[in-house]
Design a protein. Structure first.
Length: 130
C-alpha cells in the first residue's frame, strides 16, 4: 500500500484529503507543521508528499521541500505542492522546466482548492512513474 504524507496547516483540508485517500487504499500520514512533517517522513518514508506552500511563514513549503529532498531515501520521491498563492498574491508558480523543478524542489504545483478526483489522478500519475 503506497504511503502519502500530507503537510498543510488547514486542518479541514488535511482531514478531507486524508480520509479520501485512505478510502482509496492509501496509507496517509498528516502534519500541520514543517517540523512534524519532517519527523514523519524521516520515520515513515512516504512514496509521495503533498505540501502546502504558505504555512508558518510564506516560504515554509519551499523550506520543507528542500529539507525533504535531503532526507536519505527521499531524493526522488514525488512532491506535489498545493497552494492558493496565485489567488492570494497574484503570481503563478510553475514547474514546467527542469530549472524550475530544481529551484522549487517540487514536481508539480497544484492550485487550491484541488478537487479530490483531480488530486487522486495526479497521485496515481506520479506513483505510476516510480
Amino acid at each position: 500500500m503506497p504511503r502519502i504524507c500530507i503537510l498543510d496547516d488547514d486542518e479541514d483540508l488535511l482531514t478531507s484529503q486524508k480520509l479520501f485517500l485512505e478510502s482509496k487504499g492509501y496509507a496517509v500520514d498528516s502534519a500541520t507543521s514543517m517540523d512534524e512533517a519532517l519527523d514523519l517522513i524521516r520515520t515513515n518514508k512516504p512514496d509521495l508528499i503533498l505540501a502546502d506552500l504558505m504555512m508558518e511563514h510564506h516560504d515554509t513549503g519551499f523550506v520543507f521541500c528542500k529539507k525533504a529532498r535531503e532526507v536519505d531515501g527521499l531524493k526522488d520521491v514525488p512532491i506535489l505542492m498545493q497552494t492558493s498563492a496565485s489567488k492570494q498574491m497574484g503570481f503563478t508558480l510553475k514547474t514546467t522546466t527542469e530549472k524550475a523543478k530544481e529551484w522549487t524542489k517540487v514536481d508539480e504545483v497544484l492550485t487550491k482548492p484541488v478537487p479530490l478526483q483531480h488530486l487522486l489522478g495526479k497521485i496515481e500519475q506520479y506513483l505510476a512513474k516510480r
